[in-house]
Design a binder for this molecule. Sequence first.
Ligand SMILES: [Cu+2]
Length: 641
Amino acid sequence: MVSQRDMAGTARAGAARHPLDPLSTDEIGRAVAIFRADGRARPVMRFVSVGLHEPPKDEAASIRPGQPFAREAFIVALDPREHMTYEAVVSVTEGSVLSWRPVPGARAPITPGEYADSERLVRADPRFRDGLRRRGIDRPDQVLVESWGIGTFGRAEDEGRRLAWTLCFYRASPDDNPYAKPIHGLHAVVDLDDMTVVRVEDLGVVPLPPGTGDYTAGRAAPRRGLKPIEIRQPAGVSFEVDGWEVRWQNWRFRLGFNAREGLVLHTIGYADNGRLRPVIHRASVAELLIPYSDTRPFQGWRNAFDIGEYGIGILANSLELGCDCLGEIRYLDVELADGHGRPYTIKNAICLHEEDHGIGWKHFDAGLQRAEVRRRRRLVVSFIITAGNYEYAFYWYFYTDGAIELEVRLTGIVLTAALAPGETSEYGTVVAPQTLAAYHQHFFCVRLDMTVDGAANSVYEVETEPVPAGPGNPYGNAFRTRRTLLRTESQAQRVINPLAARNWLVVNPNVANALGQPVGYQLVPHGNVLPFAQEGASVIQRAAFITRHLWVTPFAAGERFPAGEYPNQHPGGAGLPEWTRADRPIENTDIVLWYTLGSHHIPRPEDWPVMPVERAGLTLRPFGFFGANPALDMPPPHGGG
Ligand SMILES: [Cu+2]
């Protein structure tokens, strides 16, 4: 129930029109002010994130237009003097702090402010400058210092501290690509709380590679012969954006955005003959991990948890029309908070547009000499991040035939290390003289809170198997599918098997289609890999989720991130391995699918100096959700629509 106080507060809240709307600039500002006014807050505190405290599922679903609702912020802050992370829930509508919790042992993610501060600090450190001088570098201001999560490789004396370690690169002239000149063997360890350089380690000099890695315009005359392609939608776009709600064809969903996951899709549903049928309650990429293969000191530490150690929302680009997105585009700005709790805007962070996707279906009737063809179209919701050297572009596609896809495009610059002249490595590709691009992998954990025609869902593993030849299979040609119900969490820790055409079918066993079959959506893996790191390796301990492609858990509000809430410097075991130890039932209940998408990267010389886009993804498509092809009613290409 909503109290009178809430109603008054809602009037003040103004901007938010739905409980799932991200916090506005105004709401972030007020949440921080309420937090600061609390007696437990101290001026020295730094803000890690200020975002929407998402309302309980049923509340978000039951809200009616015009009805007042509460607005809450979830704040993660840290007190660097007492080395403590705090979580608070603040009611923006009531003007009060609802909960306040220290999280002992948690190491908050590295904030952008700390990232910048540690670069300044390391550049100014005399020990670091001595190291640069030993390498003939006398311009510390042209040294790029990147702070990486230190993992669990630190020394005993590092215990209890919130640390980062650094990799550094050199811009020989201010416009140069720094990744062309990795500075070998010079690493600083920074205490992020105290903002001190704990130590500088010099593991020996390797000369800077000679190349420049220039990829900018003007490097060479652009190729010729490309005539313009224009995407025109003379009658406008076919989608509507109302606040954070999107309506396109039969699809209805809401957009969200936060510092950690970036884009979030809420309440994805399909309007089917006037009935809105839910499919996914919430979808996001909940962790992104990049383990590298390099055995050398420090280089072997390179395991970036881009979501848990930094957050990909804060890394979002401001997109540009005609460059990042082509055609009739609608952009949305997003609001985040900096380390001082001050709101700021990333303009054009989310991009929406439609794309023609080739033919959707076709048949030529030879007898009638007539073809029926329909086009396929998709709505694209995307955002792009820059994480140091790399770019990740995330695309969610909604199709006219009921399918949903996630595609990640990986580009940017491969992470480099310097080699001595003539040196090679078993663990990477030489992409330029004296320049090694280490082998590595990218694992994206996609969290899908499924709600296929309602909350109660079950998951089947579906495989195809040959039938032994015999009286029942006299011609030896038979093959059949086998559906295995995954009843508990331990049964639902699975890897792909393309040779058995393995996929996973999420059904609602309580709802049947016109043919009497349970309605369902099928998760179809695309190419995928497993990690190659050893089971005892730190990265596997900390990111056990990457050892399985699929995990299924019963929904629990606090279970949001597959490597736990605070993966930074965490020794491991948190998240999926911890929760699933209870082996909870997952049949005919509210379930969450965790699908991990691996992109295996053995760099090519062609990945230098900037990498052509590589793709990874997954498909969710209706399997019995409809009684027939849902795109039958697409208008003929020449018939108007
Ligand atoms: Cu890569």
